[in-house]
Ligand binder design. Sequence first.
Ligand code: MG
Length: 268
Amino acid sequence: MCISFWMERVLAVIIKSPAEIEAMKEAGRLSAAVLREVGARCVPGVSTLELDEFAEDYIRSNGGIPTFKGYGGFPGSLCASINEQIVHGIPSSSVKLRSGDIVSIDIGATVDGWAGDNAWTYAVGKVDPKKKRLLEVTEKCLWAGISAARVGNRLGDIGHAVQSVAKAAGFGVVRDYTGHGIGRDMHEDPQVPNYGFRHTGMKLEEGMVLAIEPMITMGTHKTHVMRDGWLVVTQDGLPSAHFEKTVAITADGPILVSVEPGRDRPVN
Ligand code: MG
């Protein structure tokens, strides 16, 4: 049963041509630009709904469509998840950022039918050293996962790379939510777990485009979904961070898709 499930997932992976990857970069560029702009607005006193309204305007006025809006009924153009909130926070006028918070902004823009997806966790005002370390380690997890996204490796190599960095720092790795393939749909096969064993799982092939997104916690990896049916929090109430980039696997190694022109890394 396990094997057939795995085989189904193998068969469902949609490989992209070099031209399609180039087309996806347009969505990736706008997704990265709006993320940077929203990140610059993550200051004490701003509500997450204000961030959402800014993001939707920015995306639409630059020729995109907010990928998240209406996805599975999600009401916002971005997810804003603060402190112990891991992912899928619904923007709200009553949720205001405070100094000392960390906030994951997860956002995507669809351009010419291609979906974009990326996330970054921002420090709001003055943040304590423990949270700063969580941000640094989670970003490291992201880059470790990206560098394992190579032809010849397997999915388990990505998860193992992410998990190793988090474990060495004494942090938890969320298992209930994963990265994913991305293309014309925001969520395509395969799932990309942030844990795993080296040399296991599906072979990584040229033309796969993956959203790699470590969700790392200061304590337990266990999660809980709040009553709105969306917001995911840590069971122990300890902070969590989340970083995500869309990456294309090519013969020349991983290429970042959700970046602005001329940037290897997002500005934060
Ligand atoms: Mg994603």
